[in-house]
Design a protein around this ligand. Sequence first.
Ligand SMILES: Cc1cc2nc3c(=O)[nH]c(=O)nc-3n(C[C@H](O)[C@H](O)[C@H](O)COP(=O)(O)OP(=O)(O)OC[C@H]3O[C@@H](n4cnc5c(N)ncnc54)[C@H](O)[C@@H]3O)c2cc1C
Length: 395
Amino acid sequence: MGCADWLIVGAGFTGAVLAERIATELDQSVVVIDRRAHVGGNAYDRLEDGQLVHQYGPHIFHTNSEHVWTYLSRFTEWRPYFHHVLGMVDGRLVPVPFNLNSILALFPPRMADRLCEALVQAYGFGQRVPILKLRTQESRDLCFLAEYVYARVFEGYTLKQWGMRPEDLSPSVTARVPILVSRDDRYFQDRYQAMPRDGYTALFTRMLDHPRITVETGVDFRDAITTVPHGRVVYTGPIDEFFGYAFGPLPYRSLRFDRRREERASGQLAGTINYPNEFDFTRITDQRHLNGNLDCAPLLTTEYPEPYVLGANEPYYPIPSKTTSALLERYRAEAARLDGKVFFAGRLGDYAYYNMDQACARALSLFDKRIALFAASSLSADAQAGRIVPAALSR
Ligand SMILES: Cc1cc2nc3c(=O)[nH]c(=O)nc-3n(C[C@H](O)[C@H](O)[C@H](O)COP(=O)(O)OP(=O)(O)OC[C@H]3O[C@@H](n4cnc5c(N)ncnc54)[C@H](O)[C@@H]3O)c2cc1C
């Protein structure tokens, strides 16, 4: 194999977008590797008995970015889809994110009206209120509501999902599922909400189908640095792993997925049902809703959060918090020393809780603002011989 201009580690959204941009816009050669047996990263889906299955949990595409939407639309047609989630609260299934309809479903009518009125008065109709902000309210009704929602909807779910209390997580995590001062029962409120018509894997296959791109799955970066001759590197794996955990491991959260087919009658009323308080799993998703096909047998995926154990399971979620930020900064400082030779990006490379659209936006911006500029300059002899990275890894 000749020397590729770029080695891209990871064939998820971040790696695939950058491979496509570099090949199409710069006409440079790219080898994309992934240690998994497939492309698509966590968004990978596959056919099972004629139904699309999301291998790594439900992935619903949503964005407010016209730029990202237009870019991805080159590689897929879309099927409009609004995800709905119900939460089991006090034995009833109510809309999540918690909203005015949830209040009306859970409390006696006069009390519910009073609580809705208090929320609208305090924040205005249509606003999104993080639970930790609602908890700072002094009005008696809002105090009561805040404690109710905190205890019944947030606390147990967060403890299960993250193994941490909401207060100990970064607000960027706890604010992701706010209280909605509206009667909009959709899980997301973004301008664009849809599923790729033929699935995510088909989208990735089209994106990577370029004469300047070679894809090799089942290949780890540790092996590829010696076996794949390359120039510059885009790295979308865990940043601490790249540096051989030199400063200690960053924390991640993992998941176990339990999938089963059910009799037709037992399908769910909504795409996902959350169980904040009962059981040791967090949620169950009925894949039929995501596929827009309620006629086939329900395919249910139950998610069991678990600690991340190196080599035993996947680092699905970075855990941003005050305590991890100092450690992360040390790794970022090391990464900055490789600037222009190795580009770190993505959920694991940036150690940031990106949604799919955010991973795409980050990759598009990295390409426009940095990679396209750097690529114009030539690499050192060391870099061309693929010797940029081993020094970092060998520590
Ligand atoms: C359970 C779950 C549900 C989600 N639901 C949604 C949703 O509904 N909507 C949404 O917008 N987002 C959702 N996300 C987030 C979404 O998965 C991410 O935004 C997206 O996957 C980020 O893409 P990425 O390319 O940065 O990372 P990834 O998809 O994680 O891709 C990184 C790839 O790098 C590979 N890799 C890592 N290290 C190495 C190495 N050393 N050598 C070779 N390969 C390596 C990995 O195998 C992986 O395939 C969800 C995530 C999870 C975990």
